[in-house]
Design a protein around this ligand. Structure first.
Ligand SMILES: Cc1cc2nc3c(=O)[nH]c(=O)nc-3n(C[C@H](O)[C@H](O)[C@H](O)COP(=O)(O)O)c2cc1C
Length: 216
């Protein structure tokens, strides 16, 4: 995430912010073409992707995001809180890096040149399990395809949800009918500094997979 924002930094310091935005938008069309190849339950395809480049709207969303981040930082399950209860020092250090990165993104959210909000019809929070799972499952593959397609074009993305703490306020900024449409995420898009990526450090696969019988 820090790389993502540094990419914005380096571009804006050369006065190329608009060019950057335009380039990202051109790529983004391609990425969105790939995204809508994803599967949906019953082939419903009732997704909608709101792309935000307007500076005033990005700034208003950044304010909402920062307000949400203050709430998130004190929540059980936040990256910082998980650092406190981590099972070993390595994991604690990783969680602290995530917290630092997330804080940097929150502080610099207004500088992210393109934001993308995948949306679903209806209020998912009022739906029973199957409907909710099917609806989320009908948009997350497409949004992830979008992020992978962006990565292949040297664009960095980050899946974020913190602005949803104040989703209704964000809906008002964007003209989304809150009672009829659920926002699923806010995906940030910017160029990265370099492309020297490496595999993420995760809990080892064998610890999270069991075969035939449930073993934890
Ligand atoms: C459902 C979901 C919600 C997330 N929400 C946020 C968020 O609101 N803000 C943020 O900075 N990162 C957010 N992230 C990013 C995660 O913190 C990040 O993927 C995780 O720390 C692992 O980092 P890595 O993907 O760079 O390896 C979210 C990721 C997921 C999958």
């Amino acid at each position: 995430m820090k790389e993502l924002n540094e990419g914005v930094d380096s571009a804006s310091s050369f006065g190329t912010h608009h060019v950057l935005g335009a380039a990202i938008c051109a790529y983004k069309r391609l990425c969105l073409e790939l995204a809508v190849q994803a599967p949906t339950g019953s082939n419903s395809q009732n997704w909608h992707f709101l792309v935000i480049t307007d500076p005033d709207k990005r700034s208003a969303l950044a304010d909402i995001y920062r307000k949400g981040f203050e709430v998130y930082a004190n929540m059980v399950g936040s990256a910082g809180q998980l650092a406190e209860v981590a099972e070993n020092e390595e994991r604690a250090a990783q969680q602290l890096r995530v917290t630092e990165s997330a804080t940097y993104l929150a502080e610099n959210m207004h500088r992210v040149p393109v934001m993308m909000i995948p949306c679903l019809p209806g209020r998912v929070d009022q739906m029973p399990g199957l409907a909710g799972a099917s609806l989320y499952g009908s948009i997350i593959p497409s949004a992830w395809s979008f992020m992978l397609a962006a990565r292949e074009r040297d664009l960095g993305t980050c899946w974020t949800t913190i602005h949803l703490i104040f989703e209704q306020e964000a809906s008002e900024v964007l003209g989304i009918p809150f009672e009829e449409v659920t926002q699923v995420a806010l995906i940030t898009v910017a160029h990265t500094l370099g492309s020297d990526f490496k595999p993420a450090k995760r809990v080892p696969m064998d610890e999270v997979v069991s075969w035939n019988d449930w073993k934890v």
